[in-house]
Design a binder for this molecule. Structure first.
Ligand code: HXC
Ligand code: NAP
Length: 286
């Protein structure tokens, strides 16, 4: 069940808001009454996202742009403010990912992900700042578990999203006195997304991932959107600089995942110890 929030009279800008998690976030804010702007590179995706979000009845505009290009981001944010009014909520969620080992990845490949995820997030926040309606504005960066958990084949995303988390904290420090809250949401593995299609592309890999989540399943895009609706609302007015997992417990990870894998062995009946073995143990202990 979704928690109802009223965003009528508010404006929301979603960078990368034309598919997957970010599109559902944009739709959720529009359903809650907000005027919404989305930006991404592919004009067809922008057009279809605008049409889908428009079905809510709220005002929506779309911009074609690349978060790696500061001028295109700044232009879109200025135009959104001009057309919709001062911005109340910024969601920065554009990202790129593919599985590749560090030793095999070209420098351009590493840079592509860092440039989109980290430098793109800086561009969005830097360009948005002057258009925020303060006090009361909320910025939410869409991070990933890679920001705190080292994962093989993910050196680019781990480095980039760790940077996103730190950028979140620093901007929270710098902008708090202006009444701007800056937080990050960390989705776990989310069903029916491009991200998981790339990182767990077969049913078998999906099953392994789902079983590694303490709650035993993938999350939904709507579950991420619901957290964003709450986090940008007055209900979260005292929360800033927080990195919030919405991941079914996945980020508890590490040792707990190893123990999940070992569970069958650890709980198997103990082999019987013969009197001879007990005696040998007693001698050895002396
Ligand atoms: C190795 C690869 C590669 C791959 C691209 N490259 N794909 N290297 N393995 N699978 C290399 C290219 O060869 C090139 O290097 C460099 O990366 C840049 O590639 P381009 O295609 O020129 O880049 P660009 O058009 O800018 O596209 C960026 C992209 C692309 C990241 C590579 O995949 C993209 O646009 N992705 C956006 C959608 C996406 O990834 N969504 C999922 C987000 S999920 P060379 O040296 O050959 O020139 C996510 C986290 C999920 O972020 C977390 C789940 C838990
Ligand atoms: P997605 O559908 O591929 O969403 C990425 C969005 O960003 C798209 O709208 C894409 O549109 C846009 N984008 C990509 N590169 C861009 C660029 N350079 N400039 C502007 N826009 C760009 O992926 P997703 O799986 O839903 O992931 C969304 C977010 O959630 C990402 O930040 C990701 O790191 C995070 N996340 C996802 C998962 C998961 O399970 N999927 C888990 C943890 C975190 P264009 O192609 O039109 O540019």
């Amino acid at each position: 069940m979704s928690v109802p929030f009223d965003y009528s009279g508010r404006t929301v800008f979603v960078a990368g808001g034309t598919s997957g998690i970010n599109l559902t976030v944009a739709q959720a804010f529009a359903e809650a009454g907000a005027a919404v702007a989305v930006l991404s590179r592919n004009p067809d995706k922008v057009n279809s996202a605008v049409a889908a979000i428009g079905e809510t009845g709220s005002p929506v505009i779309g911009f074609v742009g690349d978060v790696r290009d500061y001028d295109s981001v700044a232009g879109a944010l200025a135009a959104a403010r001009h057309q919709l009014g001062g911005l109340d909520v910024i969601i920065s969620g554009a990202a790129g990912n593919f599985p590749a080992a560090a030793r095999d990845m070209s420098p351009r490949a590493f840079a592509a992900v860092v440039d989109i995820d980290l430098k793109g997030t800086f561009n969005v926040l830097r360009a948005a700042h002057e258009h925020l309606r303060t006090p009361g504005a909320a910025v939410i960066n869409i991070s990933a578990p890679q920001s705190s958990i080292p994962m093989e084949l993910q050196s680019h995303a781990c480095a980039a999203k760790a940077g996103v988390d730190m950028l979140t904290r620093v901007c929270a420090l710098e902008w708090g006195s202006e009444g701007i809250r800056v937080n990050a949401v960390v989705p776990g593995p989310i069903a029916e997304t491009e991200g998981m299609a790339r990182l767990a592309p077969t049913p078998e890999l999906s099953r392994v991932v789902a079983e590694s989540v303490p709650l035993g399943r993938y999350g939904t895009t709507r579950e991420i959107a619901d957290c964003c609706l709450w986090l940008a609302s007055p209900s979260a007015a005292y929360i800033t600089g927080a990195i919030i997992p919405v991941d079914g417990g996945w980020s508890l990870g590490g040792a707990s995942q190893v123990f999940t894998a070992m569970r069958a062995l650890l709980t198997a009946p103990r082999p019987e110890v013969t009197p001879e073995q007990e005696g040998a143990g007693a001698v050895a202990a002396e």
